[in-house]
Design a protein around this ligand. Structure first.
Ligand SMILES: Cc1cc2nc3c(=O)[nH]c(=O)nc-3n(C[C@H](O)[C@H](O)[C@H](O)COP(=O)(O)OP(=O)(O)OC[C@H]3O[C@@H](n4cnc5c(N)ncnc54)[C@H](O)[C@@H]3O)c2cc1C
Length: 379
């Protein structure tokens, strides 16, 4: 009789699941601290089936909530350190506008945090940002620290730096199951089993299913399908800021100026989107009605753009009940996610926080609002 071959279980210090911006930033933060870690990704690095792909994302201090303003100020420092380390520009500063009734709450939060901002009257806008039209009597909030994150390049830089610092990055390695075993945690992959002292689960829209039998407080997360479209500026020399609409009713449109590899000005609506099972992707179908709405919005608000859009893309949001993230630890499992459509700008900071949690330290930012135990998060 041939003796059965028992595959050895690989023992690692820390395993990170998911190579989106959150998992990759955690890998980079652990690598920078000299902690041995592996980063496991089910698809290819930089794939377009999750939340972190594409050319650009908005960075901004401006939020209606002072807690996020303070976090964004700290995140900006983390981006600056990342840029220095990567030796390339990852955040292009453009300044940003907030329009609509919600802009006043942003101004109040910025004021509370001592962050400079100013109001531009309708008459001042054409000289500053000729591509954007204000309604008569309308004013817009301007904050200079907004800009465009070069998203795909930033995630690639995180991989490069993590790898340089010794993190083992394994694409095409799906984690099939997670099982806490005393003080350690076992991860099953098609390539074999991995026993880690700590597992950081940063699996985006896949987090809830992956955590279902691994933690007591399973977060309720809803993956929704988002779509965006690009538009060409009529005049190459015009300055474009980021713009967020905070209307009393209707869609929350936002625009992202051309930067990096973006083929045009990005226009999209921050809406809940259709609920999807992320494993059923990739999602290529485009909602034509929303495309028409985008063109109507461009005609109304953005005379500096050619109103025929092109290059539609889709992307997933992973929504929590209250749109706050999830950053918590339960035994040997750290959970990072619930990006709710606004986590990219905090990426390197979230990576530092999750690295702290993985190493048994408290985070520098208070994180009660990101707890697994908060009301409404678990079913
Ligand atoms: C259209 C759009 C516009 C946005 N705009 C902004 C913006 O302007 N500013 C901003 O701050 N944020 C923005 N966001 C939000 C931001 O991009 C997300 O919050 C962020 O990218 C979430 O990253 P993540 O790492 O949690 O998830 P993901 O990027 O989805 O990463 C999760 C990874 O885990 C992997 N994975 C899942 N299951 C497994 C498994 N079992 N084994 C191995 N790997 C697994 C997945 O394949 C994936 O690569 C936007 C999002 C979208 C969709």
């Amino acid at each position: 009789m041939t003796p059965a071959i028992v595959a050895a279980v690989e023992r690692v210090e820390i395993a990170i699941v998911g190579s989106g911006v959150i998992g990759s930033a955690t890998a980079r933060a652990l690598g920078a601290r000299g902690v041995p870690a592996v980063l496991l990704e089910q698809f290819d690095l930089g794939h377009a089936r999750g939340s972190s792909h594409g050319a650009t994302r908005i960075f901004r201090f401006s939020y209606p909530d002072p807690g996020y303003v303070r976090m964004a100020v700290i995140a900006r420092e983390a981006w600056a350190r990342l840029q220095d380390d990567a030796g390339e520009e990852l955040l292009v500063m453009t300044g940003g506008l907030d329009a609509g009734p919600g802009a006043s709450a942003c101004a109040a939060a910025l004021k509370e945090c001592g962050v400079q901002h100013t109001w531009l009257a309708a008459g001042e806008l054409p000289a500053r940002f000729p591509g954007i039209a204000a309604r008569p009597g309308e004013r817009m909030l301007f904050q200079a620290d907004s800009g465009v994150l070069l998203a795909g390049r930033a995630v690639a830089a995180l991989h490069r730096l993590a790898s340089r610092d010794g993190v083992s990055i394994r694409a095409q390695t799906r984690v099939l199951g997670i099982e806490p075993q005393g003080e350690r945690v076992l991860l099953r992959t098609p390539a074999g089993e991995i026993s880690a002292r700590v597992a950081v689960i940063a699996a985006g829209g896949w987090n809830e299913a992956l955590l279902a039998r691994a933690v007591a407080r399973v977060p309720r997360l809803t993956a929704t399908l988002q779509q965006l479209r690009y538009f060409s500026p009529r005049t190459a020399s015009d300055d474009w800021p980021t713009l967020i609409e905070w209307p009393a009713e209707g869609l929350n449109w936002y625009i992202v100026p051309v930067a990096g590899d973006a083929p045009g000005v990005k226009v999209a609506a921050h809406i809940r989107g259709r609920t999807v099972d992320p494993s059923a992707g990739p999602f290529s179908e485009i909602d034509r009605a929303l495309e028409d709405e985008a063109e109507k919005y461009v005609r109304r608000r953005l005379p500096g753009l050619v109103p025929a859009g092109f290059g539609a893309e889709t992307c997933l949001y992973t929504m929590t009940c209250d749109e706050h993230f999830v950053l918590d630890r339960e035994g040997p499992i750290v959970v990072g996610g619930g990006g709710s459509g606004h986590a990219f700008k905090f990426g390197p900071l979230l990576g530092e926080m999750l690295a702290d949690l993985a190493l048994g330290k408290e985070t520098r930012i208070p994180r009660q609002r990101f707890s697994l135990s908060r009301p409404g998060l678990s079913p």
